[in-house]
Design a protein around this ligand. Structure first.
Ligand code: ATP
Ligand code: SF4
Ligand code: MG
Length: 369
């Protein structure tokens, strides 16, 4: 795997706002495959502020996991090539480019400063060791403490994430825990060293709704208690609306839209975000309608066009869309679309009205005909 080598963060002259804890710039990840070059992440830029929860949403294959695994330096594929920067400000206030750090320094940061929770807890938990041992080892990898102190810490952490009788359960193996409990164990392990940044990649997808709500509540409470920042990846706009402070909508490895949650939910600007939001079930009553879908499928990552990636699915496309739109907008709320800003809410309204009239999927294809 090739990594970019520069580790010097560009200065921000006259910048009065606090530096973000993570500043990702122009991250691109490509894989050389037999069928050609797969562009999984295509010039992704975003920031995460101190104590903030950033929700990342997007369809399957949009590059959410690859981008996060790249930040954690977990992409082991020798055919991967990575460019861009990911400036991370640790608790010591030193800024480091995660993509250019030597492996040894990166290992020192992982767990202590940055931790990741995966969709499947068994990818992080080893079946042959007790959960207490695994959490204690995580502590001892970063702190000089005795085994006994580390095990006590593990029990305390299990209690904090809501596992009953933690002093007994630290001696049990992962298979003795239910799916939701294992997810809690993984959260306990991730939070043991009080990381400045927690990355959670679909941490609740495999869980029932009750457990999902408990896990989300847990992440939120622990994040508030420890002042950590969180990146939460999910397919579920409902989850984002509950837990995120800001939202990043990804499409085909790029940013389609990002901004504060209230802005993205109340004044979404990108036709793809409109589609995502209109496919969220309405739980406030009213007539039951079939859930709308976005027609078509995301483009193949083997064929990255220089046009708007959403173009083939967007009936609002026009001549300008043959050129890749740059991110633009007002303040913190930006999107990549050529439509005139003043016209967008009107167009969205027309689409919604057309869907109600037909009482059928308000896909973007049909709504503007
Ligand atoms: N090692 C690899 N070699 C080739 N292509 C890869 C490799 N790893 C990931 N990809 C491709 O990169 C793209 C992005 O994958 P990624 O796992 O980031 O998607 P995702 O947004 O996390 O999707 P999901 O919501 O299903 O988890 C996909 O098209 C995937 O097939
Ligand atoms: S740039 Fe064009 S094709 Fe892309 S979302 Fe906007 S209108 Fe649709
Ligand atoms: Mg994924």
């Amino acid at each position: 795997m090739r990594w970019s080598t520069s580790s010097t963060p560009p200065s921000t002259p006259g910048c009065a706002v606090p530096e973000p804890i993570l500043d990702v710039r122009d991250l691109t990840v490509r894989f050389r495959t037999r069928r050609g070059i797969v562009t999984a992440v295509d010039g992704l830029s975003f920031t995460v502020a101190q104590g903030e929860v950033l929700g990342i949403v997007g369809e399957s294959g949009s590059g959410k996991s690859v981008s996060m695994m790249t930040l954690m330096r977990l992409i082991r594929d020798p055919n991967a090539s990575v460019t861009g920067h990911a400036y991370f400000r640790g608790r010591d206030l030193e800024v480091r480019d995660l993509l250019a750090l030597p492996e040894s320094e990166m290992r020192g940061l992982c767990g202590r400063e940055i931790a990741m929770i995966f969709q499947d807890p068994m990818t992080s938990l080893t079946p042959v060791y007790t959960v207490g041992w695994q959490i204690a080892e995580q502590v001892r990898a970063h702190e000089r403490v005795t085994k006994k102190a580390a095990l006590d810490r593990a029990a305390g952490m299990l209690g904090e994430v809501g596992i009953p009788d933690p002093a007994r359960r630290i001696h049990q193996y992962p298979h003795e825990f239910s799916g939701g409990m294992r997810q809690r164990v993984m959260i306990a392990m991730a939070l043991t060293c009080n990381p400045a940044l927690l990355i959670a990649d679909e941490p609740t997808t495999a869980l029932d709704v009750t457990t999902q709500a408990q896990i989300l509540d847990l992440i939120r409470r622990l994040q508030a208690a420890h002042g950590s920042s969180v990146i939460l990846i999910t397919h579920d706009m409902g989850v984002v609306s509950e837990i995120a402070d800001r939202v990043l909508v990804m499409y085909a490895g790029r940013v389609a839209e990002q901004g504060p949650k209230s802005a993205v939910f109340h004044r979404p600007q990108h036709p793809y975000t409109w589609g995502l939001l209109s496919s969220v079930p309405n739980t406030r009553g009213g007539r039951v309608r079939r859930l709308p879908v976005i027609p078509g499928a995301p483009p193949s990552p083997l064929e990255i066009a220089e046009s708007c990636a959403f173009g083939p699915r967007c009936r609002l496309r026009h001549d300008a869309c043959a050129v890749r739109p740059a991110l633009g907008g007002t303040g913190d709320h930006v999107d990549a679309c050529w439509l005139p800003r003043d016209d967008r809410q009107q167009l969205r309204l027309q689409i919604a009205q057309a869907a109600v009239r037909r009482d059928q999927p308000d896909d973007l294809e049909g709504a503007t005909q």
